[in-house]
Each structure stands twice: as structure tokens, then as C-alpha cells.
Design a protein around this ligand. Structure first.
Ligand code: NAP
Ligand code: SF4
Length: 674
């Protein structure tokens, strides 16, 4: 068989060791690091990815000392007795045929605790804790702590370490004048500011000897004011190479940057150009990263020699067998990461264990287990949206006979509306994935027919799952039945003509989606050049931090007023790590956002509202109602009355705060118990 991705599967010879392919699993904190017995679970988590064929894994960040922790209970490797738990990971990965490096991460001023330190005492905009400025002695000791952590990592059986030098953490804080105001030999000139990482790499190399991988994560684009210039980045890359780095990984943007770097609206591989540019000046292998989520994109980067490896983190959370599937030319079977951040990064920021929206088994490998069934049952699942799809696939894979019903002629439910929203094109992949998975699992599909009690009971199912989803909540005010009042399905599903001036009622996920849909002509996610210009990224790298002074004003064909009754921030309920991108996008396009609105009545000219008792008429051509949903479960009661064993999942269960994350997990949990 010819290999569909020849460059991706070409081994990489590092001199003292060879990586079997060009896939690096990027560092991701799961939260298991800090849980009781978490390392046992982590060992299974990483081993599964190693078994799935990843060339080299990098762990989540581990601090070299107490002050460098991300959180008060953050994981640290500094004592000989810390080694044993790490050995669980390394032996599990090695047994599975993989290689693994431990990331050493000192959070600096991003440390979410009062012991945090930084080159200068300047508070980060994303942490309430002002750091104390490190003394010269502390700096020298911290360098030794990096070396000690690397030595202990080697003892624990790791194949190498990654030194985290980007994303705005401690090393990055030293390198940039934005955060380094020192006047001693650790601050001032670039030579001085870059002394800290150079000394670290040297000390680590000295501590671990020659035959040990050292990856240095180089901040190629800071994307903040007071960031570095391209010349400085090149100089540092060449210097760390000389100091002993084996591989240079790409870092893009500080966490406090106001440019999105990984969310779903970022074009795929949007930052490949900077790795390609830097590669020209470096001699060790270079890794490209950010929003690479398919083998095609990865292969293209490698084939064009823009990088020597590709890093994927979340895509391997979404599918541990990503690499094996690509190798077997079954890329259409990959569960693609949709870059939603909802179950991974958002969880980490909420101090919850990371998992994956499209793969609820991720980081729950030992707890949510799909054992083969002992007694095969006939299971009917009504509704082929996220919840029904998840339940159907898992139940069939466990060995049940599964029938999946939907009145629509295609599977996907609400995903079919989401996929049309500019910046959410990745949902097409989820539907493609489930379509193929249903086929592989042998699920019997019954599409295009509305079901009723009789049509379902005639099958004589052992269990019936009601996954019939939701119906949009209607607006109950005067004039709501006027012809210029639409529901969101009129817009996203039926594509009814919409005028130039629009009022959107409800500012939840769907209100934002509809506003984005109505204000976009060409999705910038599919046009990387436009996307860079809109977000003010200076691809010519003439400015520090690669930030343009003036971002491009995006063309907007409509005037939108987006409203909510709550007095809180409009869009405050959106995802923790993605909500700000949606808010900024709409703000940038001039969408007017109103909070604390009372809807008085709808009239032919528009909608009358009041805010703080002040009445006003918003003159619009159309009003689009995005006021949430109600559960749709009419079938449940008659089926129960007919003596059928009925289960309820997804939006049919709870419509409030309905999202695909809960729906897919609930489907999986039910399937594990059937
Ligand atoms: P939602 O998030 O619950 O928002 C509903 C909006 O309607 C709220 O802004 C609410 O604000 C308003 N509302 C509720 N009852 C109303 C009433 N009787 N009259 C007028 N306004 C009313 O629901 P959604 O936007 O339909 O989204 C559904 C789910 O899909 C969400 O929970 C979300 O998780 C998921 N989703 C997620 C994304 C995403 O980007 N992650 C995108 C789309 C959908 P007030 O009560 O303040 O007026
Ligand atoms: Fe990707 Fe979303 Fe899963 Fe995170 S939760 S790995 S972003 S699909």
C-alpha cells in the first residue's frame, strides 16, 4: 500500500534516537496531574496515544519549583520522591511503543497564587496576583531548578524534556521588555534579556548529558505590545540551538494576547508561515503548531518543508488513534478536533479535568469504559443529533443492535445549523465522522420519517432512547407573529431573505452565531490572509510582537442590534476561552450590543424596547428570535405508557444550557450502561 502521507510517516533521526514519524503530541494540562491517583490515569491516557502511533509525546507542564506552579496545588518535579509517579507514565508509554518528553513550565507571573515571581513586579492582566521581582540569587537558583527537574525527568525514564519558553510564561517574561524592566545582567539589552533561557538550556544539557531530547518552545510571535522582533527571535533560536536544544517547537502568542491563536475561527495552520520563516535560519528540526487538525494539513506543511514535525495537542485528545488512522489511510475515520475549547481548555481554566467535547472518553479512559455487552439487546434511538449519535455509536460498538431514527433526511441535528456559521466550519467534520462511524458500527438508520408510538413499539425494542432534541422558544409579546419576525431556524436552516437592519433577541451562543452569520460575507476562517489582517497580525514582522497598528475593518453588510434582558455583560455566558473572540469579532463589525432590555412590542417598523425605563423604537427590517429552547420529548410519555423502557438524553432531557458537550457525554454514559 502506498502511504497517503509519506512525509508525515518519515522517521526523524535525531542522532542518538529516531522518532518513528513526524507527529509531536503537544503539551496539554489535563488536571489529572493534580488529582489523587491522577498519574495512574495519566499513564493510561498517554499510553493510549502512544499506542495510537504518536511519534513523540510532550506532557502537560510540570513546574521546576514551588514558585513556578500554575496553581497553588500545581504539579512540580523537584524531589527524588516525585520520580516514582512519573515512572508510571514513562513505562506505560514505552510499553506501548512510544516516546515521551516532560515539559518543564515555570508560570512566572501567570502563577495563580501569591508566591508567584517574575523578572519585574508587574501584574499580568489575566492574574489577580502581582508577582514579586526575582533577585539575582533567585534567578541563578531557578536555572538550577530547571536542570534538577530535567535530571529527575531523565531518572523517571522520560526520553527528554521540553523547556517552555513561550505563551507568556516566565522565560518569555524575561525575554520581552514588556515584562522585563531589570537593569542588571538579566534585563535591558536583548543579550541580557535572553540570558535566562540560554543559561537554562545550557544547564539542562549539562545535567542530562548528550543522549537526551531537549525541545525548546520558542515564542516565534508574541502578539503583544512590547514583544520581540523577528531578528530577536531568530537570534534566540540560534542561541538555544548552540546551547544544546535538539528540537525547536513553535510558540504563538502570549495568553494575555488579544489575538485568537487556537479557537475554531482561526484558520487551519494559520501560523505555519512563521515556522517556515524561522526554519530558514535554524539547523535543528523545527515543529509547526496551532490549528493543525488533519493529516492533510500536516502533510502539506511537511511536504513544503515548512517544518520538520507538526505538533497536535487537542486533535489527539479528540482521537487517540489519529496517527494510526492516517497511517492506515483512514483519515475519514478520524474524530476531528473542532477547536471549540469547551471541554479541554475551558475546563482547565475552571479547575476541572480536561476532556473533549467530541470524545468524552478522553482523560476518562479508566472510568468511562465501553465493555463488550454480555447480552445483546435491540435498542431504538430517536433523534440523530449529538446525543443520539453518541449513544448509537457506543451502544452498537459494544455489541447491541441499534436502530437510529430521525425525521430529518440527514444526521447531525443542531450541528447542521452550527456548521453554517462563519468560523464554525469544523462541524462538517464532526458530521462526516459520525456518518462513517455509524456505518462502521453497523447502526441501522431510519431517516426522513417522523416517528410515533406505534412505529417505534412495532420493533419490540428492549430499550428506547429519546434524543429528540429541542424546539426554539417562541417569543410571547405583541407583534411576535408579524411576518418580519423570524426564528433562528428561518435564517440558519431555511435561509429566508434577511434585510439590512436586524434586531437579534437573545444573546446566547445562538444569538451570537446568528449575528456572525448575518454580518459575514466570506468567512475569514477560510481566507487566512483576510483573517490575519482583521486580527492585526503583521505577517511582514515589521513591528514588535508582529502586531499591526491598525487592524483591517471587516466588511459588514448589515446593521445588527443584539439584545438580552440580563443586565450583565452581553455574551458573558459564552465559553471562557472563546467568548472574548466572539465578542470582539462582533464589536469589530459594529454590532450594537444592548443589555438590560425589556421587549415591549413588535411593530411593522421594528421593535419597541425599554432600557432603565426609557422607551425606544429600534427600526429594523427583521427581528430574529434566539431566545433559547425547550425540550422536545412528546414521544416519551406514550412510550412509557406502552411499557417501553425509555431513557432520555441531550436537549430532550434538559434544554437549559444545552450544548453538544453535555449531549455527547450523556449519550456515551447511557450507552456504557445499556
Ligand atoms: P442560551 O444560551 O440559553 O441563550 C438564550 C438567550 O435568550 C439568552 O441570551 C437569554 O437572555 C434569552 N432568553 C431566554 N428566554 C427568553 C425569553 N423568554 N424571551 C427573550 N429572551 C430570552 O440559548 P441559545 O443561544 O439558544 O444556545 C443554546 C445552547 O447551544 C447554548 O446553551 C449553548 O451552549 C449552545 N451553543 C453554544 C455555542 C458556542 O459557541 N459554544 C453556540 C451556539 C449554541 P436573557 O434571558 O438575558 O434575555
Ligand atoms: Fe478539540 Fe473541542 Fe475536544 Fe478541545 S473539546 S479537544 S477543542 S474538540
Amino acid at each position: 500500500m502506498t502511504q497517503a502521507y509519506p512525509n508525515l510517516f518519515e522517521p526523524l533521526d535525531l542522532g542518538f534516537t529516531t522518532l518513528k514519524n513526524r507527529v509531536l503530541m503537544g503539551s496539554m494540562h489535563t488536571g489529572l496531574e493534580e488529582e489523587k491517583q491522577g498519574f495512574d490515569k495519566l499513564a493510561v491516557f498517554y499510553a493510549q496515544r502512544a499506542k495510537g502511533g504518536v511519534g513523540l509525546i510532550v506532557t502537560g507542564g510540570i513546574s521546576p519549583n514551588i514558585r513556578g506552579r500554575l496553581s497553588p496545588v500545581g504539579c512540580q518535579l523537584s524531589k527524588p520522591w516525585h520520580v516514582a509517579k512519573h515512572q508510571k507514565i514513562t513505562s506505560a508509554v514505552h510499553e506501548a511503543g512510544g516516546k515521551i518528553c516532560m515539559q518543564i513550565l515555570h508560570a512566572g507571573r501567570y502563577g495563580y497564587h501569591p508566591l508567584n515571581v517574575a523578572p519585574s513586579a508587574i501584574k499580568a492582566p489575566i492574574s489577580p496576583f502581582k508577582p514579586s521581582a526575582m533577585s539575582h540569587r533567585q534567578i541563578v537558583k531557578t536555572i538550577k531548578h530547571y536542570a534538577r527537574a530535567a535530571k529527575l525527568a531523565k531518572k523517571a525514564g522520560y526520553d527528554g524534556v521540553e523547556i517552555m519558553g513561550s505563551e507568556g510564561y516566565l522565560i518569555n517574561q524575561f525575554i520581552c521588555s514588556r515584562t522585563n524592566k531589570r537593569t542588571d545582567q538579566w534585563g535591558g539589552s536583548f543579550e541580557n534579556r535572553s540570558r535566562f533561557p540560554k543559561e537554562i538550556v545550557k544547564a539542562v544539557r549539562e545535567a542530562v548529558g548528550e543522549d537526551f531530547i531537549i525541545i525548546y518552545r520558542l515564542s516565534m510571535l508574541d502578539l503583544v505590545e512590547g514583544g520581540n522582533t523577528q531578528e530577536e527571535v531568530v537570534e534566540l533560536g540560534q542561541a538555544v540551538e548552540k546551547c544544546g536544544a535538539t528540537i525547536i517547537n513553535t510558540g504563538i502568542g502570549w495568553h494575555e494576547a488579544r489575538v485568537p491563536t487556537i479557537v475554531t475561527s482561526v484558520p487551519r495552520a494559520a501560523f505555519r508561515w512563521i515556522t517556515a520563516e524561522l526554519k530558514k535560519s535554524l539547523s535543528v528540526p523545527v515543529v509547526a503548531t496551532n490549528r493543525i487538525n488533519t493529516p492533510e494539513v500536516a502533510e502539506d506543511i511537511l511536504a513544503k518543508q515548512e517544518a520538520d514535525m507538526v505538533s497536535m495537542a487537542r486533535p489527539l485528545l479528540a482521537d487517540p488513534d489519529f496517527v494510526a488512522k492516517a497511517e492506515a489511510d483512514k483519515a475519514d475515520r478520524i474524530n476531528t478536533c473542532i477547536a471549540c475549547n469547551q471541554a479541554c481548555l475551558d475546563h482547565v481554566f475552571e479547575n476541572k479535568r480536561a476532556t473533549c467535547l467530541v470524545n468524552p472518553l478522553a482523560a476518562y479512559e479508566t472510568e468511562l469504559v465501553m465493555n463488550p455487552v454480555v447480552k445483546k439487546k435491540r435498542v431504538g434511538i430517536i433523534g440523530a443529533g449529538p446525543a443520539g449519535l453518541s449513544a448509537a455509536c457506543f451502544a452498537a460498538e459494544r455489541g447491541h443492535e441499534v436502530h437510529l431514527f430521525d425525521k430529518a433526511t440527514e444526521i447531525g441535528g443542531q450541528f447542521n445549523y452550527a456548521k453554517q456559521v462563519p468560523g464554525k466550519e469544523e462541524f462538517y467534520e464532526t458530521i462526516r465522522y459520525f456518518k462513517n462511524r455509524l456505518e462502521d458500527a453497523g447502526v441501522i438508520l431510519h431517516l426522513g420519517q417522523e416517528q410515533n408510538k406505534e412505529s417505534i413499539t412495532q420493533f419490540g425494542f428492549d430499550d428506547v432512547v429519546v434524543a429528540t432534541g429541542v424546539s426554539p422558544r417562541a417569543l410571547e409579546i405583541e407583534g411576535a407573529d408579524l411576518p418580519h419576525v423570524y426564528g433562528y431556524l428561518d435564517v440558519l436552516r431555511d435561509h429566508k431573505p434577511v434585510g439590512k437592519r436586524v434586531a437579534v433577541i437573545g444573546a446566547g451562543g445562538i444569538g451570537f452565531d446568528v449575528s456572525e452569520y448575518l454580518t459575514t460575507t466570506v468567512s475569514p476562517t477560510l481566507d487566512a490572509e483576510q483573517w490575519h489582517a482583521i486580527w492585526g497580525i503583521d505577517k511582514s514582522y515589521e513591528h514588535r510582537g508582529a502586531l499591526l497598528e491598525q487592524p483591517l475593518a471587516e466588511p459588514n453588510p448589515r446593521q445588527i442590534t443584539l439584545m438580552q434582558r440580563k443586565t450583565s455583560k452581553v455574551g458573558g455566558g459564552l465559553g471562557k476561552t472563546s467568548g472574548w473572540v466572539h465578542r470582539n469579532t462582533l464589536r469589530h463589525k459594529g454590532v450594537k450590543m444592548l443589555a438590560g432590555v425589556t421587549y415591549e412590542r413588535i411593530v411593522p417598523e421594528g421593535i419597541e424596547i425599554s432600557i432603565d425605563g426609557n422607551k425606544q423604537l429600534i427600526e429594523v427590517d427583521n427581528i430574529v428570535v434566539c431566545a433559547g429552547q425547550l425540550p422536545l420529548r412528546e414521544l416519551e410519555a406514550p412510550l412509557r405508557e406502552a411499557g417501553v423502557s425509555v431513557h432520555r438524553i441531550g436537549g430532550a432531557d434538559v434544554a437549559a444550557e444545552l450544548d453538544a458537550k453535555r449531549a455527547i457525554r450523556q449519550g456515551a454514559e447511557l450507552a456504557a450502561m445499556l
